[in-house]
Design a protein around this ligand. Structure first.
Ligand code: IMP
Length: 191
């Protein structure tokens, strides 16, 4: 069965494609010749995930899933959350975003944070939602060069280093997105 992943990100697409083959043929928006950016205007991760999945179902009539992720920091009332990509401005600079977080947490004892991913699935018109979270702490300085986004300042519980010090396979095993995708795959495998 054909399933659309509502993303233009080829790295994400490849990762999920491997998880779902051969039962599902996962295609991205580029494969549909659809290069339009879907605006993420909701105030929650779930809301944005639904916007993308429903947009594809309505536009193309194909079953579709999408994901949206945010970093939720306890001492900042769960900010940056849905604004994680553009926390320090529309330039979406990971460096500026990390600087902003480190400045805001300067002198703050409670460093607890989590990454949370919402995955929305529209399967032949029926709607399903999956979630994955990983708990951890914001470090006081950057460490590591792997990964992307806030990885150099996020240390998952049970590990001594940051996500940016882990190889991709280890991160995928425990990460928010990995866990949410595993739930999606388990659901689809049973269908
Ligand atoms: P997206 O919904 O996957 O595009 O993620 C939104 C933003 O959250 C990204 O631009 C990053 O700033 C941050 N983010 C998402 N996943 C990760 C991750 O695994 N590590 C670090 N930052 C992440």
């Amino acid at each position: 069965m054909k399933l659309v992943f509502a993303t233009h990100n080829l790295g994400k697409l490849q990762e999920v494609r491997e998880l779902l083959s051969p039962d599902y043929e996962v295609i991205g928006l580029n494969d549909l010749g659809d290069h339009e950016e879907i605006e993420e205007t909701a105030l929650t991760l779930e809301g944005n995930a639904w916007i993308k999945a429903r947009a594809v179902w309505e536009k193309h009539g194909l079953s579709c899933f999408s994901d949206d992720t945010g970093l939720e920091i306890e001492a900042l009332n769960n900010a940056p959350g849905v604004f994680s990509a553009r926390y320090a401005g529309q330039a979406k600079s990971p460096d500026a975003n990390m600087d902003k977080v480190l400045t805001e947490l300067n002198g703050v004892k409670n460093r607890k944070a989590r990454f949370r991913t919402a995955v929305a699935l529209v399967l032949q018109g029926e709607e399903y939602l999956f979630e994955g979270t990983v708990q951890g702490e914001i470090t006081s300085v950057r460490s590591g060069v792997k990964g992307f986004g806030y990885d150099p300042i996020f240390s998952p519980d049970g590990f001594s280093g940051t996500f940016a010090e882990m190889d991709a396979a280890t991160k995928n095993e425990i990460s928010h997105r990995g866990l949410a995708m595993k739930k999606l795959v388990a659901f689809l495998s049973a269908h």
